[in-house]
Design a protein around this ligand. Structure first.
Ligand code: M6R
Length: 596
């Protein structure tokens, strides 16, 4: 996820471009850049946040320009990889948000035709394509260039000597701001509210040409589109979180697009490309902390179910002090930030022991990426709230993809079985959307826990880690004591604690553990603990053992941890909100834990 702004008007563009860009910093903050059209194309970019860029900004004169704040996906954060990119002749500057999947092949072709590249990014191919396709009209050249591209984009371009900003979008947002004698384009309306609240939302496949006095909108085949502008009622303050009350809620609602981005590219590579996954190992060890550890636990079930390869788990903080036995597993390290000190130490220890290592992380260029043999990026975009939400479900996605790849390369998963799993994975964004549509019912269910001092979460098998994660979410943001338990363990001790003041949240999916879960719920009901059950939305039996039921779409049991995690994230969020807690920054916690 990155942020884009474009401006064409009568003010000095630099002021608008920097001010508007700052409101998009939530979309990425590892590097930033700006290009302004004056007598020549003036470009200034650097690694780091926008404030740093501003401090070193030279005088950029001109009334047309583009700017960009980056969240690295392809190519580590660096000055060279920062946008905008300029073609070999210095005529075009371009900014991009999205992923160009076929960039390696395109780069080779362009290099063979003499184009010189200055970055490691996928984006740079676009500006070179533009240079080749330009025959006097930037818009036509951009459309021609985009035809060659596989992937997703929101893109904005300026050309030396022109007042136009040309933009196009596919699966990444762009909105046009309409002013008087000036017009704008941005990734998000939040960037524009200081200047206008009269906007045109661009639809997928559309492109636009913006000048100080006109805005022309085009459909995919280049035909003109007329659309009534929308008057946005948000204020600048509302907009910082995109209209959501908290970053946490915003990030939960970004789940479908985050999943989509994780799968993009990675899903097709399950059976292609070089990977240590195809090497000769007879066991897997997954190492992580906190929520990432819970994702790792789901990963264990997945890998063992799909590939039959024995898989063990270890807390990163414990691994380095363990004996290490004589095993040589493939070691998978899971860390959203890629900066967690314990996980970094574990990565170093695993390599010292001679193991092959693979990291699942969300942050391109983070320290862990330099400590391992191979990296799987989740591409969930920046997560600001301390509590992990969209990054958790995208870690699960990464583990599904890796599990399938291990299963396939180790001969345990046939092509047909792989095809079926892949097709269900592709539908996950839609299933998560359905869970989000049920947010009001989940909010209502908080009646059952908001006044409790303690809450139990119970589940079995692949959803045992899910309830651990649900309990962690609730305790960290609402400060209610919550415990996750394997449902079968309840009668071995904790049952003594149950009473009418202790609600139990139970995950009860129709799989091979269903009957046992129903029996556990009967035991809970016998102690008068109120039961909030989460099960398939067509399950009519659950209401006979639970006081309230929240339904999820009927996916294969193996995929339920994603949908239930989102349900429990919303449950924790709405509970904490009712209690007036500081949700995005819970007390005593930090987003990345860089001490051991
Ligand atoms: O960045 P990491 O994934 O390595 O962080 C590990 C934990 O600190 C983290 O998952 C933490 O438990 C969550 N923020 C809790 O929501």
């Amino acid at each position: 996820m990155c942020g884009i702004v474009g401006y064409s008007g009568s003010r000095q563009a630099v002021e608008v471009l920097i001010d508007a860009l700052k409101r998009l910093e939530y979309r990425g903050y590892d590097s930033a850049g700006i290009a302004v059209c004056g007598k020549e194309l003036q470009v200034h970019k650097d690694k780091g946040e926008i404030a740093g860029l501003e401090e070193t900004l030279p005088m950029l004169k001109g009334t047309v320009g583009i700017s960009h704040t980056r969240w690295a996906t392809c190519g580590r954060p660096s000055k060279n990889n920062a946008h905008p990119f300029v073609d070999c002749r210095g005529k075009f500057a371009l900014v991009h948000n999205g992923i160009i999947e076929n960039h390696i092949a395109l780069r080779k072709e362009l290099q063979a035709r003499g184009h010189k590249f200055t970055s490691e990014t996928d984006t740079e191919v676009l500006v070179h394509l533009l240079e080749e396709n330009f025959k006097g009209d930037t818009h036509e050249a951009l459309l021609e260039s985009l035809k060659k591209v596989k992937g997703t984009y929101a893109v904005a371009v300026i050309r030396l000597g022109s007042k136009e900003v040309v933009a196009a979008r596919k699966e990444n947002p762009l909105v046009i701001g309409l002013g008087v004698g000036e017009n704008f384009v941005a990734s998000d309306v939040t960037a524009l509210l200081n200047y206008t609240n009269n906007v045109l939302y661009m639809m997928d496949g559309e492109s636009a040409v913006i000048t100080p006095g006109s805005v022309k909108l085009f459909n995919e085949s280049g035909g003109r589109v007329e659309r009534e502008p929308t008057l946005v009622s948000w204020t600048v303050e509302d907009a910082e979180k995109g209209g959501f009350d908290h970053f946490m809620l915003k990030e939960i609602f970004e789940g479908p697009s985050a999943i989509h981005n994780t799968l993009l590219g990675n899903l097709n590579e399950i059976v292609t490309g070089d990977s240590i996954i195809d090497s000769n190992f007879s066991s897997v060890k997954i190492i992580a902390c906190g929520s990432s550890y819970h994702a790792a636990m789901v990963g264990k079930y997945l890998i063992e179910t799909i590939s039959s390869i024995p898989t063990t788990l270890e807390f990163a903080s414990e691994y380095r002090y363990s004996s290490g036995a004589k095993e040589m597993p493939l070691v998978i390290l899971v860390s959203q930030s890629g900066e967690t000190a314990d996980t970094l130490a574990a990565a170093r220890e695993a390599r010292r022991r001679g193991c092959q290592t693979l990291a699942i992380t969300n942050v391109v260029g983070s320290t862990i990426t330099r400590e391992v043999d191979e990296v799987f990026y989740t591409h969930a975009g920046p997560e600001i709230c301390v509590a992990a939400t969209k990054t958790y479900i995208t870690q699960l996605m990464a583990l599904y993809v890796l599990g399938m790849r291990i299963g396939h390369s180790h001969g345990a998963l046939s092509h047909d079985a792989l095809r079926l799993l892949r097709s269900e994975l592709r539908s996950m964004p839609q299933y998560v959307r359905e869970v989000l549509e049920n947010a009001a019912a989940i909010e209502e269910a908080t009646d059952m826990i908001v006044n409790a001092r303690d809450v139990f979460f119970i589940g079995r098998n692949i959803n045992y880690p899910t309830v651990l994660e649900g309990a962690l979410k609730l305790k960290e943001i609402s400060y209610i004591h919550a415990e996750g338990y394997a449902a079968g363990e309840l009668k071995h001790g904790p049952l003594a604690l149950l009473n009418p003041d202790m609600p139990v949240v139970a995950v009860c999916i129709r799989d091979h553990t269903y009957e046992k879960m129903l029996a556990n719920l009967t035991e809970v009901a016998a102690r008068d603990s109120p039961v909030l059950a989460i099960g398939y939305d067509d399950d009519t039996e659950l209401s006979s053992v639970a006081n309230r039921v929240i339904g999820i779409p009927k996916v294969k049991p193996i995929f339920t941890p994603v949908l239930i995690a989102v349900t429990l994230q919303l449950l924790a969020y709405y509970t904490a909100r009712r209690k007036g807690c500081p949700i995005d920054k819970p007390r005593n916690l930090a987003k990345s834990v860089t001490v051991e």
